[in-house]
Design a binder for this molecule. Structure first.
Ligand code: N01
Length: 540
């Protein structure tokens, strides 16, 4: 372990935040408001986190814009106006920049600076942090706001380095130039949320688009539309109440139209009518048509079969439709995709589909992709192959706690963190939306705000009580990890081989990482823990 040489004139910061996405920015604001000295460092050249990097064509959020925004400041949410029901990535970036300027956050963010190591000192209880630019920082509280989806992943396909054309990843889209696909032969590998969006956007532009699909995926229509003043008013008039409702009385952190009815109790006609009604409205709301879709196999199959039928009806070529029909996992066990006419893309003459289960990729050549059946000449390959999610960004940093213990080693068999917030042996290090918290299963901005507020209140409480150090009791942490497993195992989500489980990364331990119990129950649990004097934490 290389020691971090901290300079004698390093000021000891109260709070040091890694990452200037939605989490890091709000953490900075909250820490400053509470009177703490705080500094954020950000690897990228600007604020915005995952939205900064995901500048691919078609990038858009599938949570409604009126809900996918900060709720902590009523002035902000009243001032800002969204132009569409579901915001584009560019509009979200304008919003993040507006918040950063409005709250004067840029002065606390050092960009183009990647944290490479963070070591806890057993001697003085401070963290030493090293960055790629050779600077070091000392702080009492280290806040990892590194995001769940910031370690992009390109699968190790032989020959990739020999390809003469352009290689792109949706999560690390070039920022310095416009990518023009006109007249180009393009491949997209991957059909998750990013793949489905980029495919839909690139298809009309490219000369030829070939989609390489490993797992056929479920997708429901987004049915985006321009914002109307009436719809905006409905939200703005009741924002504080609705934000509270989303935080404490929903599982998804988003207000959807829920159902208290089982799909098994409905008649086939009733089920059909309800699925069709929701299909026409659009959005992930579809999965809430009946209360047991994510819990009961038979109920799930009704919803899955409805989507399969829609695919068959949409895609004209039956062979292509058959390849696109998902059968390997329950609907919702991988994150549901939400699209703008995705399946219609496969009716275009310039679009082809390769199922790599039937026709595996053998190698990438200088000129394209060679499968077991053919060679596809290409000018560009777009990897929409996802992320080393949740733990990837943390494990990429040399994080060492008490006695030099390495976080990555502690998590060798899968991550464990009390409430998904703190790991035993790593005092005063908080993780925003870490493993074991609702994070990616819910409206992540809501999850971020709940965590940042918990952390901010905790730091104030420590200061008010003349305490310096907090970390989880190992027993409480283990119990929480068991609870996270138990809740996940009661759902069909563990059947998806998804990035939620780490199953997309070879060699990564397979453990369902987010907390599937919902943000409402989770946030109430956090409140109880605070009321019990931070039960399950050890303070000194
Ligand atoms: O990544 P993914 P993503 N060869 O991991 C395939 C959020 N998001 O960037 O299913 C060939 O979901 C892989 O196949 P398989 C959202 O939370 C939101 O799309 O593993 N293919 C899969 O098809 C989302 O869930 C929005 O068999 C390979 C794809 O690549 C999360 O980000 C938009 C492969 C990866 O899908 C991540 O989405 C975008 C290989 N070796 C993202 N390895 C919205 O809000 C992987 N694949 C709309």
């Amino acid at each position: 372990m290389e020691r971090i040489m901290s300079s004698a004139d390093n000021q000891v910061l109260d709070v040091f935040v890694v990452g200037a996405g939605f989490a890091g920015l709000y953490m900075l604001h909250r820490a400053r408001k509470a009177g703490f000295s705080a500094q954020v460092v950000e690897a990228g050249p600007d604020v915005g986190g995952v939205w900064f990097w995901n500048g691919y064509p078609g990038a858009r959020c599938d949570v409604e814009s009126m809900q996918y925004s900060y709720g902590f400041d009523d002035e902000l949410q009243q001032e800002w106006s969204w132009s569409e029901k579901f915001a584009t990535r560019d509009e979200i970036m304008r919003y993040v920049n507006y918040v950063a300027d409005r709250l004067d956050l840029r002065s606390g963010v050092k960009v183009n600076t990647r944290v490479t190591a963070a070591h806890y000192s057993d001697v003085d209880g401070l963290w030493d942090v090293a960055t790629s630019s050779g600077e070091s920082y000392r702080c009492r509280y280290l806040i990892m706001a590194t995001g769940a989806l910031s370690s992009t992943r390109i699968p190790p396909i032989p020959g990739l380095e020999t390809f003469k054309g352009e290689v792109l990843h949706t999560g690390n889209w070039p920022r310095d130039r416009q990518i023009d696909f006109a007249g180009k032969r393009v491949a997209v590998i991957g059909t998750g949320s990013s793949g489905i969006q980029v495919i839909t956007a690139v298809a009309p532009e490219a000369e030829r688009l070939t989609v390489f699909q490993r797992t056929a995926n479920y997708s429901v229509p987004m049915r985006n539309r321009p914002m109307t003043p009436e719809y905006e008013r409905q939200w703005k008039d009741r924002y504080p109440e609705l934000r509270h409702e989303a935080r404490y009385n929903t599982t998804a952190g988003t207000i959807y139209e829920l159902s208290d009815r089982s799909a098994l109790e409905a008649t086939p006609e009733e089920r059909e009518a309800e699925f069709e009604r929701r299909w026409q409205i659009g959005s992930p709301n579809f999965l809430r048509a009946f209360k047991d879709i994510s819990l009961d196999e038979e109920a799930n199959e009704f919803a899955a079969e409805f989507v399969r039928r829609k695919i068959r009806e949409t895609v004209k070529d039956p062979e292509t439709a058959a390849k696109l029909i998902p059968t390997s996992h329950p609907i919702g066990s991988k994150r549901i995709c939400v699209d703008n006419h995705y399946f219609e893309v496969f009716n275009r003459d310039n679009v082809g589909l390769v199922s790599i289960k039937e026709e595996p990729i053998v190698e990438i050549t200088q000129n394209g992709i060679r499968t077991s059946a053919a060679e596809y000449p290409l000018d560009a390959i777009v990897f929409a192959t996802g992320y080393d999610a949740i733990t990837g960004p943390l494990n990429a940093i040399d994080i060492r706690g008490r006695e030099g213990r390495l976080l990555k080693d502690e998590w060798r068999d899968g991550p464990s963190a009390y409430l998904g917030l703190m790991a035993s042996g790593f005092p005063n290090m908080f993780i925003v939306t870490g493993p074991g918290s609702p994070s990616v299963l819910v409206n992540v901005i809501n999850a971020i705000e709940q965590h940042v507020e918990f952390i901010g209140d905790c730091l104030t409480w420590l200061r008010d009580n003349d305490l310096d150090t907090i970390e989880p009791d190992p027993e409480a942490q283990e119990k929480w990890a068991d609870h996270v497993d138990e809740v996940a195992n009661a759902t069909l989500m563990v059947r998806g081989n998804s990035w939620y489980m780490g199953a997309n990364i070879e060699g990564k331990p397979v453990r369902f990482m987010p907390y599937a119990g919902g943000i409402g129950p989770y946030a109430k649990k956090c409140q109880e823990i605070v009321q019990d004097g931070y039960k399950g934490f050890v303070v000194s």
